[in-house]
Design a protein around this ligand. Structure first.
Ligand code: LLP
Length: 440
């Protein structure tokens, strides 16, 4: 059993997180219930910052809010002094509602609309991470219309893609994101943005993948970027003030996962940038920015479900169904993601059977966990699935008209509901009944 953050087994043999009894919270708020271990999020945020501070490097740590966004989450990120990466008008709106300082917001995305960009510039966001030539033309229009100088980073695709232990190096990347470094697009984009006086070209951005366990992908990307910067220095007399190396730091979902400590990724990045800077005499080290999502909130999240029906197929499989599934966690169905789980009210009991955890959606693929060893369970029991904090609630849906769960933050024995459970009424709030005598 691999307990994360402040999770521990209480004297009542229940799973406790943040000094609160998860079983009591499940009874109070209903299930499925998302719990977030606030101290774990804070520790991660502080760990990332400390790694930069110890090396005396200028930095920003921007939380990739796609991992989990809500007003309370954004307030917590603001309290911790981090910046914020948003990728849509909706994420930006939520951040502004949370009174997140606009100058610490970075706006991402491969297809930002004119309206979204105008919204962002009017709000005064810190920078726009420019993804493509269409966006450059939209930004030029809006900057001229609003008579505003726009801080930009150019998103580059360096031809390195990393996943877990593997990274792939390709001359020309087949990606919908960014300007390709290998085929001249990045050079053309830089020339274009430098020539427009409404832009302040802060630097570049590069994100090589997600759930990465090694530092090599990052250091290779840095090497590629900085050797390209040498060419830019010669051709354009340009050197970036900011290098944003994206997110992607892995977490331990199950014992099969072997990520590094978050700080280790940062240290490796800083060291490689330091090494690369030897090519640039007289230049200051650029500010280094990162964008962790999963590693800030992933293992801080736990979902508590009520166990319901069971189906035993002799010699084949024992299904245990819970009252959620792909509607609150699409990752097993979408990515074959693996999770660990415990019976939150029987933490002292030894495993006695191998079961598979099924969701409640009308779909055979709605399985949360295949083959897990659990104690004997009944419909009075609660299942806690750990490490659901990233891309769980944020990718939730109303498939089968199932309501999205509630979210509760816990720390030091305190709890606070931060997202209400959806009601049946919420499910129909955008529905408009047919007018009489139409479509008859
Ligand atoms: N920056 C950029 C530009 C990104 O595209 C992403 C994630 C991040 C930062 C944060 O990456 P993280 O630190 O969370 O790995 N839904 C998938 C993950 C999609 C990641 C998309 N981009 C999943 O559930 O595994």
């Amino acid at each position: 059993m691999n307990l994360h953050g402040t999770a521990q087994i209480g004297q009542n043999h229940h799973l406790w997180i943040g000094g609160t009894d998860t079983v009591e919270l499940a009874k109070k708020y209903g299930t499925p219930l998302y719990l977030y271990d606030v101290s774990l999020i804070k520790n991660r945020a502080r760990g990332f910052k400390r790694a930069f501070q110890e090396k005396g490097v200028g930095f920003q740590v921007a939380y990739a809010s796609k991992a989990f966004s809500s007003i309370a989450m954004f307030q917590l990120i603001e309290q911790e002094g981090l910046s914020l990466d948003v990728v849509s008008g909706g994420e930006l709106f939520t951040a502004l509602q949370a009174e997140f300082p606009a100058e610490r917001i970075h706006f991402h995305g491969n297809n930002k609309s004119y309206e979204e960009l105008e919204f962002a510039l009017n709000a005064g966001v810190g920078c726009i991470v420019v993804d493509n030539f269409f966006e450059i033309s939209l930004l030029k229009m809006i900057s001229s219309k609003l008579d505003k100088k726009v801080n930009i980073l150019l998103r580059l695709t360096p031809g390195i893609e990393a996943h877990t232990h593997d990274y792939i190096i390709t001359g020309q990347e087949d990606s919908k994101f960014g300007f390709d470094l290998g085929n001249g697009q990045a050079d053309k984009a830089l020339e274009d943005v430098l020539a427009f006086e409404g832009f302040r070209v802060l630097g570049i951005h590069c994100h090589i993948g997600s759930q990465i366990f090694e530092t090599e992908g990052f250091t290779l990307a840095i090497e590629k970027l900085f050797s390209h910067f040498k060419k830019w220095e010669e051709s354009f007399k340009y050197f970036p003030e900011v290098v944003n190396l994206g997110g992607g730091f892995g977490i331990q979902y199950t014992s099969e996962d072997t990520p590094l400590a978050p700080e280790q990724y940062v240290t490796a990045m800083i060291d490689e940038v330091g090494k690369q800077m030897r090519r640039f005499e007289g230049r200051d080290l650029p500010e280094l920015w990162i964008e962790p999502g999963r590693s800030l909130v992933g293992d801080a999240g736990t979902t508590i479900y009520s166990i319901g029906s069971q189906k035993e197929i002799e010699g084949v499989r024992h299904y245990v169904s819970v009252d959620g599934g792909m509607t609150d966690n699409i990752r097993p169905a979408l990515y074959q993601a693996k999770y660990e789980a415990y019976v939150a009210n029987k933490m002292n009991e030894k495993p006695a059977q191998t079961v598979s955890i099924a969701g409640k959606c009308c779909e055979s693929g709605d399985m949360l966990i295949w083959d897990i060893d659990l104690p004997i369970v009944t419909d009075n029991d609660y299942l806690a699935v750990s490490c659901t904090g990233a891309y769980g609630y944020s990718m939730a849906s109303n498939y089968n008209r199932i309501q999205r769960p509630a979210v509760v933050f816990v720390e030091n024995g305190e709890e606070q509901l931060v997202v209400k459970r959806e009601t049946y009424e919420d499910l129909i709030k955008n529905d408009i009944p047919l007018k009489t005598n139409v479509f008859v």
